[in-house]
Write a protein that binds this ligand. Structure first.
Ligand code: EPS
Length: 392
């Protein structure tokens, strides 16, 4: 079973992620992880921290001479800001912080977290609730993506909405589009929408406001048979839903045609099946089901959308709150912040989808080495009468 665990606070010394259950023999390079971490920092509208902070990456275990050993992989992502500014406030030694944050910000975990854990300082909550933690998820996601690549699965995301600006959505993005997507200021394939999104971000920045939006994430090459119909917590769409909804600030997730399918008639809502004699595959003519039926992958592209709320930290202190010490009405403290993090959320969503699919692929095909895992996938698809190409 593939699982991962992250630790670390936003302004702490480092984030750490341990990924367990990867087969041996997966080729991993630090540069591949570094590249993905850089992608997560992309996007017009990110705050100043993205410029002056670096993700200082180190593989601590589980990889030898560029290949996984089958043991847990541990990765550390140091915060370059720590040494400069946070050693006192975020010290693990006994003591007290110089300042306590007592005006919890609406829209963040601050107040509910303080109440739940008995804290009198919102920093005790916000440091871990921060989306900085997604850097660790992306590092884990690289390993999942590399494993999936070995069985021909590629994942791509693009921004389809920022604020009120929406992109055309008539074609699924392909792996080959990823370079152009990442080259866009907001990771959007539609140049008209890109311009509108940038204008909207610029305006919101001027007004000290923030913006939400949506990304579409597509996994190509997913084999039939991941997930299961037999039990609620084995359904692939359910697992993807949990993974997407766990991303900081994501408030909704849909699969395939999503909420739009509710308005269609049953006669036109579903994906017609046909047989492709060349590949021996049963294919679908459309992807309204998002490549998942009854909780099982169908062999078509897995299509997921995730919606993010506007960030709750604003550069203009207008959100009403209460000082938990004086109980007086006030406005939430001002922090420097991003105007929007939707482009970065796309990269995080790719990672979360990769982790779920890799976990389910390992569940289905097993294997202690990548070669065995890959062989098992070929054997399964051949048993269905398909003629899959060996990816590696
Ligand atoms: C975040 C707030 C910002 C972001 C941070 C996530 O940090 P700060 O409040 O220190 O300016 O920059 O994201 C990252 C550091 C990162 O690497 O993604 C938040 O509150 O979630």
């Amino acid at each position: 079973m593939l699982r991962f665990l992250t630790a670390g606070e936003s302004h702490g010394k480092a984030l750490v992620v341990v990924v367990e259950g990867l087969p041996a023999g997966l080729a991993v390079e630090v540069s591949a992880i570094q590249r993905e971490l850089s992608r997560r920092r992309l996007g017009y509208g990110r705050g100043p921290r993205m410029r002056f902070e670096a993700d200082v990456l180190e593989i601590l275990g589980g990889v030898r001479h560029g290949r996984t050993l089958g043991s847990p992989v541990a990765i550390e992502i140091g915060n370059s800001e720590w040494e400069r500014k946070w050693t006192r406030e975020m010290s693990s030694e006994p003591g007290v912080p110089a300042t306590k944050l007592t005006k919890p910000r609406p829209g963040h975990a601050d107040l509910a977290g303080m109440q739940k854990y008995g804290f009198d300082d919102a920093r005790d909550v916000l440091e871990r609730a921060s989306a900085r933690e997604t850097a660790a998820r992306v590092a884990a996601g690289v390993l999942a993506k590399l494993l999936l690549k070995a069985i021909g699965v590629d994942i791509v995301s693009h921004v389809v909405q920022i604020g009120t600006a929406t992109a055309r959505r008539d074609q699924l993005p392909l792996p080959a589009d990823l370079e152009a997507i990442d080259a866009s200021q907001v990771r959007c394939l539609d140049p008209v929408a890109e311009e509108q999104m940038v204008a909207e971000i610029r305006q919101a920045a001027k007004e000290g406001d923030s913006l939400g939006g949506a990304v579409e994430v597509v996994a190509h090459g997913v084999p039939v048979g991941l997930g299961s119909h037999v039990h609620w917590d084995r359904k692939l769409d359910g697992l993807i839903g949990q993974a997407m909804m766990s991303i900081q600030a994501v408030k909704a997730c849909s699969i395939g045609a999503g909420i739009e399918i509710a308005a269609l008639r049953g006669s036109v809502a579903h994906d017609a099946i046909y047989y492709d004699s060349a590949s021996g595959e049963y294919l679908r003519k459309t992807w309204r089901s998002g490549g998942i039926e009854g909780g099982i992958s169908t062999g078509g592209p897995v299509v997921v959308e995730a919606w993010m709320k506007p960030l709750a930290t604003l550069n203009r202190p207008v959100l009403e709150t209460v000082d938990v010490v004086t109980k007086e009405a006030t406005v939430s403290f001002k922090e420097r912040t991003d105007v929007t993090a939707v482009p970065a959320m796309g990269v995080v969503a790719e990672s979360m989808l990769a982790l779920v699919l890799a976990q389910e692929a390992l569940h289905k095909f097993g294997g202690d080495s990548v070669a065995e895992f890959s062989r098992n996938r070929l054997a399964f698809l051949s048993s269905l009468g398909e003629t899959p190409s060996a990816v590696r």
